[in-house]
Ligand binder design. Structure first.
Ligand code: CMP
Length: 137
């Protein structure tokens, strides 16, 4: 079993599609082992996305991610990291495959509804950024 970190982003929470995303997660066989609703500060968003600090979209991304509440999740499944990335679909919803969350619900390359860890090292940074060990059950 592997764990990955996921976020349901502000665009999805604003549009009341949190439940649709959670249904797709459960239907795909993930166990939700951690879940919380929080609103990031701008500084917390910058810390979470520090690997993108030099990218031109970094400022807008941190503004977007702190503009409203998000749902932070830890998901468990065999090959959870790649399975979750497959279920999310391509970063740009315009390029996402049928049946993926971003194809169904994504708005734009920035407001793309969900986030997921891209590698085990990333999950090892992202999970404890949001959750203590006691919160994962
Ligand atoms: N040109 C871009 N390329 C990649 N990611 C982008 C771009 N512009 C905005 N982003 C956002 O930056 C985020 C970084 O990782 P995410 O998977 O959370 O999803 C990405 C998008 O929301």
């Amino acid at each position: 079993m592997e764990r990955t970190f996921a976020i349901i982003k502000p665009d999805a929470v604003e549009r009341n599609v949190t439940g649709q995303v959670l249904s797709m997660i459960e239907e795909a066989g993930f166990k939700i082992v951690g879940m919380k609703k929080i609103q990031l500060t701008r500084k917390q968003a910058e810390g979470f996305y520090y690997v993108h600090a030099e990218r031109p979209f970094f400022g807008d991304l941190c503004t977007f991610m702190s503009r409203g509440p998000v749902i932070a999740l830890v998901l468990e499944k065999e090959d959870a990291i790649s399975s979750w990335r497959n279920l999310m679909g391509a970063t740009n919803p315009a390029n996402a495959a049928e049946g993926t969350i971003r194809k169904k619900l994504g708005v734009s390359i920035e407001e793309n509804t969900v986030h997921g860890s891209d590698a085990p090292e990333t999950a090892a940074y992202e999970i404890p950024y949001f959750f203590s060990a006691l919160e994962l059950v």
